[in-house]
Design a binder for this molecule. Structure first.
Ligand code: SER
Length: 316
């Protein structure tokens, strides 16, 4: 039997992953934690506790008391927010990971860990088209530097201590249940809310800024598939490239116009433009496909319809 700890259960990924894990492993076996209250279904559908991953003593006690066997560590300061508080973001992103890695080394019940990396580990010198699994990684954002350092530590703990830690370099994640907080790819979520509420959107990225994106259902499925894979099938112990789909703000606006013909988009790039320009436009995810059967259900059309329907229902 698995006892699962999710850290960051109130966040964009956590609030959906907890529900999926509870379906798979049973509600009582998935312990949702965060420093803030999660959505009602996470709070009411199984155990929830306020827990700060930076509080190492409480974290260790929690893991031992609940005989935790798997940890999903999703708490992080995202790219846009991290640029506003560089040292604090570095501290939170790194120390929280080190707390988890060191704990897993000591507490033998913990058999498997999931920790997300990001397309932010790439930088301006990385090839932007079909970015390979192995390539130049010179990130120039605090978030990207912390994720790249995290990847190195994750692989180190695997090689040196035999820990089973699995990771995906998520592209921009699009969902309507919980809004994203402070990322560069957030435009692709905000645009849907503003399209419905205002009929227009001012994009903080230019019209031709292509980035890799993924609908949350596909991201959750990919996460579960990777965690279910046999360890011997995994050739990557840092983090797997995952591509999703690639589009730019103009293309997404065109799709929205198919549903809301009067929708208008304007462009006013801010500091996040430079971050987006340093990231890949599209990714080569062939290693993930080969090792653990990565696949997707959503394309831009399906994503657009699902987002508009979902947000309309949520707001009504
Ligand atoms: N979506 C994240 C961000 O924009 C990238 O991992 O920060």
């Amino acid at each position: 039997m698995e006892n699962i700890l999710v850290i960051g259960a109130a966040g964009q990924i956590g609030s959906e992953l907890v529900i999926a894990l509870r379906k798979k492993y049973g509600s009582e076996n998935v312990f949702a934690t965060d420093i803030k209250q999660p959505p009602a279904d996470v709070l009411e559908g199984g155990p929830f506790q306020i827990l700060d991953v930076m509080d190492n003593n409480r974290l260790i006690h929690f893991v031992i008391r609940h005989k935790i066997t798997q940890i999903y560590h999703l708490a992080a300061v995202l790219s846009g927010n991290a640029e506003k508080i560089p040292l604090q973001a570095w501290d939170i992103n790194m120390q929280s990971l080190m707390n988890i890695l060191d704990l897993a080394k000591e507490v033998t019940d913990v058999k498997r860990i999931f920790w997300p990396s990001s397309i932010a580990i790439f930088g301006p010198s990385t090839p932007r088209q079909d970015t390979p699994q192995y390539t130049i990684t010179e990130p120039n954002t605090v978030y990207g530097i912390s994720k790249l350092a995290g990847e190195r530590w994750v692989e180190y703990y695997h090689q040196r201590y035999g820990l089973d830690i699995r990771s995906i370099r998520y592209p921009g994640l699009i969902s309507y249940k919980t809004e994203a907080g402070g990322g560069t790819t957030d435009y692709a979520v905000e645009i849907f809310y503003d399209a419905i509420r205002e009929g227009k959107y001012e994009s903080f990225l230019s019209e031709d800024t292509s980035l890799p994106m993924m609908f949350m259902d596909d991201a959750i499925q990919a996460t579960i598939d990777l965690m279910d894979a046999e360890l011997e099938d995994l050739s990557i112990h840092s983090s797997y490239n995952v591509a999703g789909m690639s589009f730019n703000p103009k293309q997404l606006a065109e799709e929205i116009k198919e549903h809301i013909p009067e929708f208008e988009i304007t462009y006013k790039p801010d500091f996040r433009q430079a971050i987006a320009d340093s990231w890949p436009a599209c990714i080569d995810d062939s290693v993930a496909k080969k090792d653990w059967g990565l696949n997707y259900k959503y394309d831009i059309k399906c994503l657009t319809k699902t987002m508009l329907d979902g947000i309309k229902e949520k707001l009504s």
